[in-house]
Design a protein around this ligand. Structure first.
Ligand code: C2O
Ligand code: CU
Length: 419
């Protein structure tokens, strides 16, 4: 792991034959790609699971350029957690000029003292708290160490967070990277605030990194608390001979992908509330939501155990998904614009992912976002309200779920129908 990098040009057609060599069923989801519904790789919703020893052919056009990834969508908390995933890069027709490109697939492993993967997937504590957090960080399957660079070099760095639950923060120190794309979608190039890039599970960022004369540059891979002790340290070993004296002034802006612009004046509005998890009842009461959503829960009065017996820990609009959910939680009028206002009434962060579409992130807690970025996965802080907008132009039944894979498995998923 990671699995082979798949790389094609925008506008090309991709045909992939997947053979299931596992002893259990699986599917493959092309995270962030706007594919036809029957190619989306969701078991029991868009296709029958691929049984052990059998094959499935996925075939679709690459509409959008950008940094994407692929992973199973069956028992994903264990299949992805054990390393089944890879980068999926769709190259622009005219990519911005750089000296070098690097793809970093980040993961976070829970290893035993014998350096094997701890065999405790799906435990109650992970499900009800922050997900399965590990103790060992890898980049492209290796514990990171030294990356040789040259002064004056321009690097395009594609970051992919493939962890089940770890919210990574990369601290680039004085390197001052420019963010040029988020979740594969171009954004106006802008400096990463404080030299830091935060990525929830499944999220991606494309950066332009100009290596200036920083003799002992280090990139600290840590978590969203910016813990002083980094989980991993990437050492940029600067070669003695510079490539050029100053960073190049080549343009770095990416051409936009063909995404339909939502019409906010005519958009239909929808409310989505996330509840549940440990201490959830407390937050719900503070937000005036008690009795709503998942109802009174959390650690108060044994509510959590009652919920568990009802089968769910996390709720979307009061429903914890179980097994093979098929009934849509929302039906969106096809080709119309929609605003979905989401409230995180839990005590935890959640990276919320919608299949089949990219959406603009309009506002956070009522304040408009600076870049109105397109995302397919948006990280929500506890108690935060986020508004997203998109044109529902891709017909079918689409998954909508938290990408902390333990939360997804414990109820935090639903189906959005576009018809
Ligand atoms: Cu990356 Cu529904 O998943
Ligand atoms: Cu979550």
């Amino acid at each position: 792991m990671p699995g082979p990098e798949i790389r094609i040009r925008q506008g090309e057609r991709l045909r992939l034959e997947v053979e299931n060599g596992l002893a259990e069923e699986t599917t493959v989801h092309w995270h962030g790609l706007r594919v036809p519904n029957e190619m989306d790789g969701v078991p029991h919703l868009t296709q029958a699971p691929i049984t052990p020893g059998s094959r499935f052919i996925y075939e679709f056009d690459a509409i959008d350029a950008g940094t994407f990834w692929y992973h199973p969508h069956q028992r994903s908390f264990e299949q992805v957690g054990r390393g089944l995933y890879g980068a999926l890069i769709i190259e622009e027709a005219n990519p911005p000029r750089v000296d070098r490109e690097m793809v970093w697939v980040l993961d976070d492993w829970r290893l035993t003292g014998e350096a094997s993967i701890a065999d405790d997937f799906g435990g109650f504590h992970d499900m009800s708290h922050a997900g399965r957090l590990g103790n060992t960080v890898t980049i492209n399957g290796r514990v990171p160490d030294i990356v040789p660079v040259r002064t004056g070099e321009r690097i395009r760095l594609r970051l992919i967070n493939a962890a089940n639950a770890r919210i990574f923060a990369l601290d680039f120190g004085d390197l001052a990277p420019q963010i040029i794309a988020l979740d594969g979608q171009p954004v106006t190039p802008h400096a990463a605030p404080g030299g830091r890039v935060v990525l929830g599970p499944a999220m991606r960022a494309d950066l332009v990194l100009d290596v200036t004369a920083a003799p002992d540059a280090k990139i600290r891979v840590t978590d969203r608390f910016f813990a002083q002790d980094a989980y991993a340290l990437v050492d940029l070993a600067v070669a003695a001979t510079p490539l050029r004296d100053a960073p190049p002034d080549w343009p770095m802006e990416l051409a936009p992908n063909p995404l339909p612009e939502p019409d906010l004046t005519r958009a239909q509005r929808h409310e989505v509330t996330f509840t549940g998890g440990m201490m959830g009842g407390m937050v719900e009461r503070q937000m005036g939501l008690a009795g709503d959503g998942g109802g009174m829960g959390g650690m108060m009065g044994g509510g959590m155990m009652n919920r568990l017996h009802d089968g769910g820990i996390w709720f979307i609009n009061g429903v914890a998904a179980e097994g093979h959910i098929l009934d849509p939680m929302l039906t969106l009028k096809r080709d119309a614009s929609h605003v979905v206002a989401m409230t995180n009434a839990t005590a935890f962060h959640h990276p919320i992912h919608l299949h089949g579409h990219s959406f603009r992130v309009l506002s956070r807690d009522g304040a408009p976002t600076v870049h109105r970025e397109w995302q397919d996965t948006v990280l929500m802080a506890p108690r935060e309200r986020v508004e997203i907008a998109f044109v529902a132009d891709n017909p079918g039944d689409w998954m909508f779920h938290c990408h902390i894979l333990e939360h997804q498995a414990a109820g935090m998923m639903g189906v959005i129908r576009v018809a």
